[in-house]
Design a protein around this ligand. Structure first.
Ligand SMILES: Cc1cc2nc3c(=O)[nH]c(=O)nc-3n(C[C@H](O)[C@H](O)[C@H](O)COP(=O)(O)OP(=O)(O)OC[C@H]3O[C@@H](n4cnc5c(N)ncnc54)[C@H](O)[C@@H]3O)c2cc1C
Length: 503
């Protein structure tokens, strides 16, 4: 049997080295890496939609937060002794630094020609009210700001200072209830749709074959890899392509394709779809008065990705203000998916996983039902916790992407709901897929590096991708001077004026 990494190039009309299923940020990132480490390999990308980045990676379908643990309170859970755990925040931060380092590398190499179109600095703010949450935020700040990555973070309970940071949130705010914020100017707003398009365009210019309106409908194991069945959605014809390696970057629909592959590693897994909606502000005067991503505390039983946040974003040159997300339930795995997706994913090998999660996660189910039933007035009340003077007429609901949470098989076939990202790889390294949606696009680089390491062990990443990855690959901690120098490069190359611990 061929080991991963020993593959020979064997290109004919119906065979390619690599098949990427889906044109989202994950496949696009992997395509860029493969073209760096193995420029001679042929790559085909199949996307069922008209163009790439129309599902979760599309700019209007996600929140565009460069997740670095600067403002997301769920990454620092409170501990029984009143302290907070920083493990998750530091891990997410390190993964995002990897993304920033890699994107800088691609900008310098001319692969991402317009960094300003996909990333910009925006302050990240955490916001809490009430004594208990103020104590929590203070403890969070004290635990985090000692770390290099959080040095730019500042904390305040002073309403004058908070009003300067987020003036719109203090208009019409009455009473003297305790309120506190942290603010980190190192935060970023990322247009993952634009990033995906720039990556795919460059990859296509370097030889990647992009097939839009082509849906992968089946995967069969062959002696040397996989036979991939593809349906052309324009003319209805079906064709097959042989490949050495398949990446299932199909977003929420990945579970369905991994099941079709029949690999043992995907057995027992299921998917639980959570839909999302954002309010979009239509009043230019309000939009101009806010400049931050402000994350609050999640409601009781809310899934971690449903923390309410008020986001300044610049989407395709236009400044916008979004609030949300409001979670909901739809049985489809993609925004343009089928209402039967959830039912199709239930198999004898994962039935126990589904049933046990349905029983154990009653709180989440109740929360989602309540969210679906939430009236417009109740949704506006959630917004008014952030913006006391918010008027119904200034806000319109808009539908975001689907997030399919992973139902992971546990001991005795009992399942567990996972809110993170799960990389599923076959033992022979011939297929890999991605389940789950959080922390998501921000960690695309680190996740795709994991896939390269697992499936292409002979590829020398340090040699091919440069200094940025030396730390990851050797496990050596960089000196403070090295980190500062690295930050300087990122700030200059990506044009992030607020970025860096020395700011
Ligand atoms: C509401 C919401 C908010 C989010 N906010 C953030 C955030 O602030 N920051 C962050 O970092 N992440 C965020 N995320 C997560 C992030 O958007 C996702 O993790 C990321 O976009 C996933 O990328 P992907 O390439 O795996 O999937 P997608 O972008 O969904 O791409 C999958 C592609 O595969 C295609 N496809 C599916 N099946 C097939 C098939 N059989 N054949 C061919 N093509 C197929 C689909 O059409 C789609 O284009 C958010 C997600 C949501 C939904």
């Amino acid at each position: 049997m061929l080991r991963a990494g020993e593959w020979q190039v064997d290109v004919s009309n119906s065979s390619v080295d690599i098949v990427l299923i889906g044109g989202g940020v994950m496949s696009a990132t992997l395509a860029s890496m493969l073209q760096i480490v193995r420029p001679s390999w042929s790559i085909a990308m199949y996307e069922r939609a008209e163009s790439v980045a129309t599902e979760s990676s599309g700019e209007w379908n996600n929140a565009g937060t460069g997740h670095a643990g600067l403002c997301e309170l769920n990454y620092t859970p409170p501990q029984p002794d009143g302290s907070v755990s920083t493990t998750k925040a530091l891990a997410v931060n390190a993964q995002f630094q990897e993304s920033l380092g890699y994107w800088s590398h691609l900008v310098q190499a001319g692969i991402l020609p317009e960094p300003g179109a996909f990333i910009r600095s925006v302050p990240h703010i955490s916001y809490v009210t009430g004594d208990k949450d103020v104590d929590f935020l203070r403890a969070r700040y004290e635990a985090l700001h000692r770390d290099f990555a959080y040095r730019s973070m500042v904390y305040s309970e002073d309403r004058d200072v908070l009003t300067e940071w987020a003036p719109l949130m203090f208009q019409g705010r009455s009473g003297d209830a305790p309120v506190a914020m942290t603010r980190a100017i190192a935060g970023t707003d990322v247009n993952f749709g634009e990033l995906t398009r720039q990556l795919v365009t460059s990859a296509a210019n370097s030889g990647l074959d992009l097939f839009t309106r082509h849906e992968v409908t089946d995967l069969q194991k062959t002696a040397t890899g996989w036979r991939v069945t593809v349906k052309n959605l324009t003319d209805g014809t079906t064709s097959q392509v042989d490949t050495r390696f398949v990446f299932v970057g199909a977003g929420g629909a990945a579970i369905l394709l991994l099941q079709k592959s029949g690999i043992a590693e995907a057995k027992g897994y299921g998917g639980f779809p959570v839909s999302g909606q954002f309010f979009r502000c239509t009043n230019p005067e309000l939009i101009a008065q806010h400049d931050a991503k402000v994350y609050g505390q999640p409601q009781l039983n809310a899934p971690p990705m449903s923390m309410p946040h008020l986001d300044t974003r610049v989407v395709n040159g236009e400044q916008v203000l979004l609030f949300g997300p409001f979670a909901g339930f739809e049985p489809r795995f993609l925004k343009a998916g089928s209402l039967f997706d959830l039912f199709k994913s239930i198999k004898p090998n994962n039935l126990k996983t589904y049933l046990s999660v349905a029983k154990d996660e009653f709180g989440l189910t109740t929360y989602l039902i309540k969210q679906v039933m939430l009236s417009h007035t109740a949704e506006m009340d959630v917004l008014r916790d952030f913006l006391p003077e918010a008027q119904d007429s200034d806000w319109q609901l808009h539908k975001a992407g689907m997030r399919v949470q992973t139902l992971k098989p546990g001991p005795n076939g009992r399942g567990k709901l996972e809110f993170g990202t799960e990389v599923v790889t076959a033992a022979d390294g011939s297929i890999a897929g991605l389940l789950g949606a959080s922390p998501g696009a921000s960690t695309a680089v680190s996740i795709m590096l994991q896939i390269l390491e697992r499936c292409f062990p002979d590829v020398d990443l340090a040699d091919s991708l440069g200094d940025i990855f030396t730390q990851r690959l050797t496990g050596a901690a960089p000196s403070e001077n090295d980190r500062l120098a690295h930050e300087d490069v990122i700030r200059d190359v990506l044009g992030l004026e607020g970025y860096g611990s020395a700011i």
